[in-house]
Design a binder for this molecule. Structure first.
Ligand SMILES: C[S@@+](CC[C@H](N)C(=O)[O-])C[C@H]1O[C@@H](n2cnc3c(N)ncnc32)[C@H](O)[C@@H]1O
Length: 216
C-alpha cells in the first residue's frame, strides 16, 4: 500500500493521535515480524478512529469483516460497553490463530467471537437489522456483496466503515481487478440514496456510510 500523504505527514498525524494500548503495540510488532502482507494491519490512527466511532455512536453489536491478526477487532472491542459483542470474520487459519491468542490476552477479548470461514457465509447467518456498526476490510472483489449484506444486517441509523476505498489512488484509473471492484463499489455507494456518506482521506481511504433512519 502506497501512502497517500508524505511519510512525515503520516508520522505527524500519528504523533498527535492518542497512543494505543501496549498489547496492540505488541500485536503490531509481531505482525510485522512474522506475517506476509503486514501492511494490511489497520494501524494506530485508523484503529483509534474505529474505536472512537464505535464508542460515540453507542454501538453494542459490531461486525468486523477481515480479522487478519485482530487489530481492528481489538480496537473496536475497546470502544464497546462491557456487554457489547463483536463478530470478526477470517478465512486464514494462521491469521485466526494469532488473533485468538491476542484476544485471550486482552481485557476486551471476551466481547469478541471469531467466525472462521468465508465472511459471506458468516454474514448470511446474522439476522436483519440486528447490528449497529460494520467494518468492511476483507477481499476487495467482494466489497459490493459485503455492502449489500451489511445494509441488510444493519439497524436503521447504523454505520458502516469501509477500508482502502482509495486503494493508493488506483481507483482514479483502475487497471486491475481489485481496483475496478473498489471503484465500482465506490460509485454504487455514491449513487445509493438510502445512505448518507463521506469518504475520508485517512490512511488508504475510509468510506463512512450511514444507513438513514426512515424520517431522515
Ligand atoms: C486487510 S486484512 C484485515 C485487516 C484487519 N482489519 C486489521 O485491522 O488488521 C483482510 C483479511 O481478510 C481476510 N479474508 C480475505 N478473504 C476473506 C473471506 N472471503 N472471508 C473472510 N476473511 C477473508 C484475509 O485473510 C485477511 O486476513
Amino acid at each position: 500500500m502506497d501512502l497517500l500523504f508524505p511519510k512525515p505527514i503520516e508520522e505527524y498525524v500519528e504523533d498527535h493521535t492518542s497512543p494505543v494500548h501496549q498489547l496492540l503495540e505488541e500485536l503490531e510488532k509481531e505482525t510485522f515480524d512474522k506475517m506476509e502482507n503486514s501492511q494490511m494491519l489497520t494501524g494506530k490512527v485508523e484503529g483509534r478512529l474505529l474505536k472512537m466511532l464505535v464508542h460515540i455512536s453507542g454501538a453494542q453489536k459490531v461486525v468486523d469483516i477481515g480479522t487478519f491478526t485482530g487489530f481492528s477487532a481489538l480496537m473496536m472491542a475497546e470502544g464497546l460497553p462491557d456487554n457489547g459483542e463483536l463478530i470478526t470474520c477470517e478465512i486464514s487459519r494462521e491469521c485466526a490463530e494469532m488473533a485468538q491468542r491476542y484476544f485471550k490476552k486482552s481485557p476486551h477479548g471476551n466481547k469478541i467471537r471469531l467466525k472462521f470461514g468465508p465472511a459471506r457465509e458468516t454474514l448470511r447467518h446474522i439476522p436483519d437489522e440486528s447490528i449497529d456498526f460494520v467494518f468492511i476490510d476483507a477481499d476487495k472483489a467482494s466489497y459490493s456483496l459485503y455492502y449489500k449484506e451489511s445494509l441488510r444486517i444493519l439497524r436503521k441509523g447504523g454505520l458502516i466503515a469501509v477500508d482502502n476505498t482509495l486503494w493508493s489512488g488506483r481507483v482514479l484509473n483502475p487497471q486491475d481487478e481489485d481496483s475496478r471492484a473498489i471503484a465500482l463499489f465506490n460509485k454504487a455507494v455514491a449513487e445509493d440514496k438510502s445512505v448518507e456518506k463521506v469518504m475520508l482521506t485517512v490512511r488508504d481511504g475510509i468510506y463512512l456510510i450511514w444507513k438513514k433512519n426512515n424520517e431522515s
